[in-house]
Design a protein. Structure first.
Length: 60
């Protein structure tokens, strides 16, 4: 989970939301992520995705 310090209302137009969703889909396809859910509000985004174990950061 990542939380931003400042929230800006940038996803206010449908064209911005559509562009963002397409961008996330392209990145998911490139890195083999399965995007289960994606929800946008004007100042934040919720993304539920499944990631291959080779991309998971391991803590020591």
């Amino acid at each position: 989970m990542t939380v931003m310090k400042y929230r800006r209302k940038i996803l206010t137009q449908k064209s911005y939301i559509k562009y963002f969703v397409n961008l996330v889909d392209e990145i998911g396809a490139r890195y083999e992520f399965e995007i289960d859910e994606l929800g946008c509000d004007s100042d934040h985004v919720h993304i539920l995705l499944f990631v291959s174990p080779c991309y998971i950061h391991h803590q020591k």
